[in-house]
Design a protein around this ligand. Structure first.
Ligand code: GDL
Length: 449
């Protein structure tokens, strides 16, 4: 089974040095694949027709060599999807020319990307194909036949409908997916991100359903740790919401993690544990990963490292797409309970205990930030520092408000005092729109409430 990492996010691509380190992480996690597919690498999408220049080629050669030295399959993406004319044979020739150029430097494994485009045939292509999937299969099958007849290896395919939501939450009746199942060469594996782009859970039932439609086991493109869609967050927590029971139902598991390279140690480590274990448990996986990550948090001025409990707090603050870590969720629950009445009974034991817990939590976040500023690995600090800065500001503010309430203010007192300006409060266009379009507890939009 293929397992590993796809550099497949939008935004600034990783550096060569980071990719080499990623190859080490993949290998240490006992995985076997690295897919080179940065969305904003101009060669992969916009300039897919143009051959690589010599400097770019030599970088790919170096990466390919580094990957094979570690027993890792290096795959390169080509994404002709923005503007290919599917019915024009010269377009397919350009695609095979790109493959030939890379074959000539020893790169044998490819990924064809057709994601994040409208699911529609251009008028020029419509008379030639049954539907969009038919057009893509025709090009992909030709490219694959070319690859095989020129000594190439494998090819993966990322469809336009790559999650159930994009198939109207009804994969069984999707013309697009059924056509892929019927027409795409059986040797080409197909990426699938689950029920959604970022899926909270991926269940065995859902995989059996999509496998029946695609007529092959899906290859998971895992977006659990991706953060390009919300750069105000980063996902450090263990992979979760996928049970080991899915492993026999998939042809591979490739994760597309955070843009911030240094944030990806636990994502890669726990993904490796997931694919290698028959009884994956996120908490155990997190403990194992933390133990291996601790040495990256060595202080610059002495040889100590940050304590494990503090690194765990860091991870729990910046945890998973659908929740904070358990300790942080507990602190938030305390805060919600304390603020559940307008003027709380500050003499009650529940108030006293809750406030004490939050003051202690604040102190631990402040100390985490201070220690993080002192680590030797500046790349790691720069990657995570801004997020922890924000956490420190927010918790400090929350506790100041609770302290003010604790002083039993009068009915006309307000917080903050007028002359205080909290510059960490978010402003700007995004905040203005979200302020206009409020969401209720179920996430439905309302206005004017
Ligand atoms: C996507 C993109 C991917 C991006 C991710 C998370 C796929 C197949 N494509 O839609 O490049 O990083 O979402 O934002 O996931």
């Amino acid at each position: 089974m293929l397992s590993g990492v796809i550099e497949g996010f939008y935004g600034r691509a990783w550096t060569e040095a980071q990719r080499l380190k990623m190859l080490d992480w993949i290998s240490a996690a006992k995985m076997n694949t690295f897919v080179y597919a940065p969305k904003d690498d101009i060669h992969i999408r916009a300039r897919w027709r143009e051959p690589y220049e010599p400097a770019a080629l030599s970088r790919l050669v170096a990466l390919n060599e580094a990957a094979s030295a570690r027993g890792i399959r290096f795959m390169v993406a080509i994404a002709p999807c923005l503007d290919i004319t599917y019915s024009d044979p010269s377009e397919t020739e350009r695609l095979t020319a790109r493959i030939d150029q890379l074959l000539a430097i020893g790169i044998t494994d490819f990924v064809l990307l057709f994601d994040d485009i409208p699911n529609a045939l251009l008028p020029v292509d419509s008379p030639h194909f049954e539907n969009f999937a038919d057009a893509q299969c025709t090009v992909a099958n030709t490219a694959y036949a070319h690859l095989k007849s020129h000594g190439g290896g494998s090819m993966l395919f990322c469809p336009t409908e790559y999650c159930a939501r994009f198939a109207g939450n009804d994969v069984a009746t999707s013309d697009y997916l059924n056509t892929l199942g019927a027409k795409l060469c059986a040797e080409i594996d197909v990426f699938w991100t689950g029920p959604d782009i970022v899926s909270e859970r991926i269940t065995p039932d859902s995989l059996e359903e999509i496998a029946a439609v695609l007529r092959r086991k899906p290859m998971i493109w895992e977006n659990f740790h991706a953060n390009d869609y919300d750069i105000r967050r980063v996902m450090l927590g263990p992979l979760a919401g996928r049970d080991s029971a899915v492993l026999p139902l998939i042809s591979g598991f490739i994760t597309n993690p955070n843009n911030e390279f240094d944030a990806n140690f636990i994502p890669v480590h726990t993904t490796g544990q997931f694919v290698c274990s028959r009884a994956y448990d996120p908490e155990t996986a997190l403990i194992n990963a933390l133990a291996d990550w601790q040495s990256a948090f060595r202080f610059a001025l002495d040889s100590n490292t940050m304590p494990l409990a503090e690194i765990r707090l860091l991870v729990e603050l910046l945890y998973q797409p659908f929740s904070c870590g358990p300790g942080v969720e507990r602190a938030l629950a305390h805060a919600r309970a304390l603020l559940s009445t307008h003027r709380p009974d500050v003499a009650s034991s529940a108030w006293i205990a809750g406030l004490a817990a939050l003051r202690a939590f604040k102190a631990s976040v402040v100390s985490l930030f201070e220690h993080l500023t002192e680590i030797d690995n500046r790349d790691l600090f720069y990657a995570l520092g801004p997020y922890v800065w924000e956490a420190r500001e927010e918790i400090t503010h929350l506790v100041s408000y609770l302290d003010w309430l604790d002083g039993a203010p009068g009915p006309d007192d307000v917080f903050p005092a007028e002359d205080l300006i909290y510059n960490f409060y978010r402003r700007g266009f995004g905040v203005a729109v979200q302020d206009i379009l409020k969401r209720d507890d179920e996430g439905r939009y309302h206005h004017g409430i």
